[in-house]
Design a protein around this ligand. Sequence first.
Ligand code: CA
Length: 515
Amino acid sequence: MKNKLSLLIGACSALAATGCTSPAAAPEHPNVIYVFPDQFRNAAMGFWAEDGFREHVDFQADPVHTPRLNRFAHESVVLSSAQSNCPLSSPHRGSLLTGMYPNRSGVPLNCNSDRPVSSLREDAVCIGDAFAQAGYDCAYIGKLHVDYPTPNDPEHPGHYVAEGQPVWDAYTPPERRHGFNYWYSYGTFDVHKNPHYWDTDGHRHDPKEWSPLHEAQRTIAYLKNEGNVRDPRKPFFIMVGMNPPHSPYRSLDDCMEEDYNLYKDQPLEALLVRPNADREREKAASVRYYFASVTGVDRAFGQILDALDELGLAKNTIVVFASDHGETMCSQATDDPKNSPYTESMNVPFLVRYPEVLRPRVDDLLLSSPDIMPTLLGLAGLDAEIPQGLHGINYAPLFFDGKSQRVERPDGALYLQNMNGEKEADGKIRTYFPGARGIKTRDYTLALYIDRKTRRLKKSLLFHDAADPYQLENLPLEEHPETVKDLCARMGRLLKEIDDPWYTENILPELIPYP
Ligand code: CA
C-alpha cells in the first residue's frame, strides 16, 4: 500500500506543474479528522431522542440543541456503548494516542508538574507517527494534556508556561509531537474565552475567542491550506481536541450567550430529566451552561463539516466525533464528573462518517480507548501501519460490515482508576496506586476498590445495567455470586492480557481468577 501511495504522490508531484494541486486530488487513502471535545457525555446529543436512535439505548437523551450532530448521526456509524476505560483527561488521551492502556502509554494519571510518573512515552509509535509514516500530513489542534510540564517555555527559557504549583499547562516541543507536522496546541487550560496555543514554531497565540470556535476556524484554515501549512498532495490526519463542555460551566465567561439563551429560562426539571439526577445539588444550575457549551461545540463541529463540503473534501474524509470521558451531571451523589465507573462517566460519543463506505447505523460495540488508534488506521486502509503489540484492537472490519466474522466483538470493557503513589522527598510522584479495577459488559457494571495499605477489598459497585440503566441500586456482591464470578473471570482475563498491575501484583486473588 505504501508503495502505491508513494507512486501516486510521485505521479501527482509530476503533475503539480500542470495544476494537480487541488486538495481534492484524490489521495489513495482517505483523509481523517478526529474531533473530541472534553467531558462530552454520550446522552448530550439530541438525536438519541429521535426514532431510529432511541430504541437502541436505555437512557433518556438530554434535552439539548445539537442540530449538526443530529444530521451527522444520520450519516454515520453511531456507537451506543463506546467506553472511556480510565475516564480522565490524560489517561484517556494517552490511550487514544498510543493504543495502549495507561500502564503502557506512560500516562496513568492526569499530567501536572508534580507527577513525572505521567507523561506520554517518547518511544511509543503514536497515532500521528503511524499516519505520518503512511504519507499523511498530520495536524494537532487544541488540548493535548499528555505531557509532564517542564520549564520549557519557548519564549522564556528555563520557565514553566504557567504559574502556580503544581503547573498543569505544558508546551510540547517538536521532538515530542509524534508525527504531527502542523501544531496549534496547549497542555490544559480552562479559561474558555481566553485560550492560548503554541504553533508549529513555538509561537504563542492568545486569540480571545471561545476556544471551540477558534479551533474550528484554525482547522478550516488548515483545510484551505492558508499560509501553505500542509502538503496538498498528501492525505491529511487532523486531531481537534476541544476543551468545552469541560468545566467551568458557571457563567457567560464559559460559553456563548446565544447558546445559553436556549436554556436560561428552562426549569431544572426540564433539563435534568434523568431519574438519577439530583436537582437539589449546588451544581444543578450549571446544567444550563453545560448544555450551552454542548450546543456551541455542535456549531463549531458544523463549521468544520461545512468547510469539508465547500472544499469538495467530504466524500473522501473520515470524520469522527468522540470525547475523552463523560460527565455525571448531578447523578450518583457526586460532583466529580468523571473518573468513576458510572455509565455517565465512562460512556462517550463515538460517531464515524465515511461517505459511500460505511452504512449509517447504530452499533452497540463496546469500543475501548486503546482500540481507537488501530481502528482509525484500519478504517483508513492502513492495517499495515498498525504497530505490533498494541493493547487495542482494530475493529474497522465491524464498521465496514456489522456482521463481519473477521474480528470478534469484545464482551467487556475494563474500568481503571489510578491514584498518586507515595510522594517522594522532593514532593514528586513517581509511582501510581491502582486503586480500582472493574468491567463494563452489556448487562453489568462492576468496580472493585482496594485499600492502599492492605490491598484488600474496600468498596464495590455492582449495577445490573440492563435492568437498572440509571444505576440506582448498588447490588451487594455476596447476594450475586454467580454474576460476580462471571464478571471477575472476564476481568481477570482482560487484566492479564494487558499485563495490568492488578494481574502482576495478584490483587484480590480470592475474587479474581487470573488465568
Ligand atoms: Ca477531560
